[in-house]
Write a protein that binds this ligand. Sequence first.
Ligand SMILES: Cc1ncc(C[n+]2csc(CCOP(=O)(O)OP(=O)(O)O)c2C)c(N)n1
Ligand SMILES: [Mg+2]
Length: 733
Amino acid sequence: MTTADDLDRSIRTALSSLPPGPGRADPDALLHPASSLTGRTALQIYQAQLESRHLDLASRWMQQQGRGYYTIGSAGHEANAAVAAALRPTDPALLHYRSGAFYCARARQVPGIDPLRDVLLGVAAAADEPIAGGRHKVFGRAELAVIPQTSTISSHLPRALGLALSIGRAAKLGVPCPWPDDCVVICSFGDASANHSTAAGSINAVCYSAYQGLPVPLVLVCEDNGLGISVPTPAGWLAAALRGRPGLTYLSVDGFDMVGTYSAAAQAARLARIRRQPVLLHLKTVRFLGHAGTDAELAYRNPADLAADLAADPLIGSAATLVQAGLLTADEAVARYDAAGAACRAAAEEALASQVLAGATEVMRPLAPRRPDQVAHLVRQAPARAVTTEPLSLAQAINHALAELLAQYPGMLVFGEDVARKGGVYGVTKGLQRRFGSARVFDTLLDEQSILGMALGGGLAGLLPVPEIQYLAYLHNAEDQIRGEAATLQFFSAGQFRNPLVVRVAGLGYQKGFGGHFHNDNAVGVLRDVPGLVIASPARPDDAAAMLRSCLAAAAVDGTVSVFLEPIALYHTRDLHEEGDMGWLARYPEPGDHVPVGSARTYGSGTELTLVTFANGLRMSLRVARRLAAQRIGVRVVDLRWLAPLPAEDLLREAEATGKVLIVDETRRTGGVSEGVMAALFDAGFRGILRRVTSEDSFIPLGSAANAVLLDEATIEKAAMNLVRGTQWRSGT
Ligand SMILES: Cc1ncc(C[n+]2csc(CCOP(=O)(O)OP(=O)(O)O)c2C)c(N)n1
Ligand SMILES: [Mg+2]
C-alpha cells in the first residue's frame, strides 16, 4: 500500500537525486523547439501540480482531525495542470474529480483566487466555500468558468456536448451568452467512466454532430489511470475503443511528460477553437493513495505495480524536465515542493476553523428559488399577437403557446425526436420549424440522454431550452439528466449556475389500448421526489397554454426546471359529455394570463363531495360529477394542474368545503400522485373523510386489457356514491 508517507518519501528521494541541469535558462524561452511551452508556463504547471498533491495530503490530515469529509484525490493525475495551461481561463470546464491540478493551474491564471482555500473549504464542507457553499466537495467556481459536477461518473458529458453545441447557436441567434464566442468546452473523466453508457452515448453524439459538420468546440480528456476503483481497464482497450471515431480527433500522451502533455493539449485546444472540431485527449496517468482514503489497495494491486507507479509520478517527470532545462535546481524543486506543503497545511488549518451550513433553510436556500411576482410580470411582457379565437384542442393550444413563447423569448429552443420536420408524433410542434427556423426548432438524434444534455448545456449558454421526450416511458432511461444534473445545479453551485429548462413529455394512459405500456406509461413517482422540480400536468387546452407561459417565465426568472407532462389521450379530444358537444375545446387564454405554479382549478361548487384529480382524471371526474348531479349529489372537482409543488392551500380549502374527498388518480396506487395528495391534506390538518381510486400497480397491457388496470369512470362513480352515501368503501369494490 502506498501511503501518504511513502509518496512523500519517494518524491523527495527522486527530486534530490535529479542530475544537475545546465546553467540558468531564460524562462521566456521555449522548452522544446516543437512545443509552444515556455519555461515560465512550465514552472506554473509544476507549481499547480505541487499544490494539488499537497491538497490531497492535507485533506487526509483534515480527516484525521475530524473535519475532512472527502479524500478522493488527484495524486498521480497532476498532468492535467498542463491541460489547463494550454487553455484559457474563460473556457468552460466540467472536471473529473481527479482534475485538482487543472483547478489549481486555472485558479492561478485569475488574480485574487486561492485554489488551496477553495479546495480545502470544500473538504471541510464549509459554508463559505465558493461554489457549493458546503453542499458538496466539487471543483467549481464561476470566476474560473469551472462548472461543478456531481459524483455520478460521466453524467456531465451530455451537458458538456450541449454547451459546446450551444455556444455557436447562441451567437447565431444573437442571444447573450456568458462564454466567449471562440471558447472551447473542456470535459474530463476517468478511464472506467469512458465505458459508462452515458459516456458512450455522449461520445457517439459528439461524433454524430461533428460528422454532420456541426461546430463542436469540445475537448474531452480521458484521464486514464488504468483502474476503476479496483477493476483494471484492459490494456489497450481505450485506445482501441476511442481511436478512429468519425469526426473525433484522438490524441494520446503520457502525463509523465509535461512538454508532451502541454503540446497535445495545445493541439487539442487549437483544433477545437479554430476548427470547431471535437478532440479526445487520452491522458495516461497513475493513481496514488488508492481510490479514496478508505480504499485498501493491496487487496487488488500487487506491490510491483505500485512501485512502478511511484517511478511514474508526474511530479518527478515535471521536475526532471525543469531541472534539465535549467529552470530549477534539484534543491529548488524540493524547496518548492515543501513550500506548497506548508501553504496547504496553513490553508487546512484555516479550513478546520470554518463554519458549516446551519439549518435546513440555509442548506436549501439555492435549491429552487421562486419569485412568482417576477414570473407574472414576465408573462405580461409577452408582445401582443393575434391568436385565433376559435376553440382549440389541447394539442393546438400547446402548439400556439409554443409559437407565442418562441416569439417572446429569442433564446427559446424546441427540439427532440421528430419535433421539427414531422411536427411531433401528435402534431404538437407542427409548423414551428417553418416559422422559427432550424436554429431554434430542430430534430435530434434518438438518445434521450443527449437530448436532455443538449438542454442542460443550452441553459448554461443563456438559451431557454424546451426539449421534448417522445413518451414518458422513454424519460426513464435518461432520468438522471433531470434528477442528478438539471435539478441539482443551482443547489451545488449556490445559485451561481443554472439550467433553465422545460422538458415536455407526452405521457399517461387511455389511448384506447393502443401502443401498450410504453405509450401509456403512468409512472410519475420517479419525478415526484426530485427536490425543487416543478411538474405541470395540464388537462384543459386553456390551462395548458397558460401553464406553459408560467413554466417558461419561471425558467427565465428563477432558472426553474419543469417537466410539462402532457396527457396524450387528451391531445385531440374535442368532446366532454356527449359526442359533438365540443366541451373539451377551449379558447386560447388572453395575453398575460397564466397559472401560477402550484395553483389548482376548481369546477363546480357542490358541497357534498370533492373530487381531486388531474389530467385524464379531470375529464373522467367532470363526467362522473354530471352523473352524480343528476342524482342530486353536489360535487366539486379540483384539477391539481401541478403535481409538484402540489397546490396544498387550494386542496385544503376545497376539501374542507365538503369534508369528503375522493382522489381520482390515474397513476399507480404505489408511488403515484394520490399518495402525495393524501399526505398533503393530512399534513395540512384535514380530518374529514379521505379516499382514493387509482390505477393498478401494473404495467399497462396492449389492447382492451389496458382498461382492466387503468382507473375508469365506473370505479370513480361507485366510490363517489359510496362515500357520499356513507357506505364503507373498500379498494377494489
Ligand atoms: C454512475 C456511477 N456508478 C458508480 C459510481 C461509483 N464510483 C465512483 S468512482 C468509480 C470508478 C471510476 O473510475 P474511473 O472512471 O477510471 O475514474 P478514477 O477514479 O480511476 O479516476 C466508481 C465505480 C459512481 N460514482 N457513478
Ligand atoms: Mg481510472
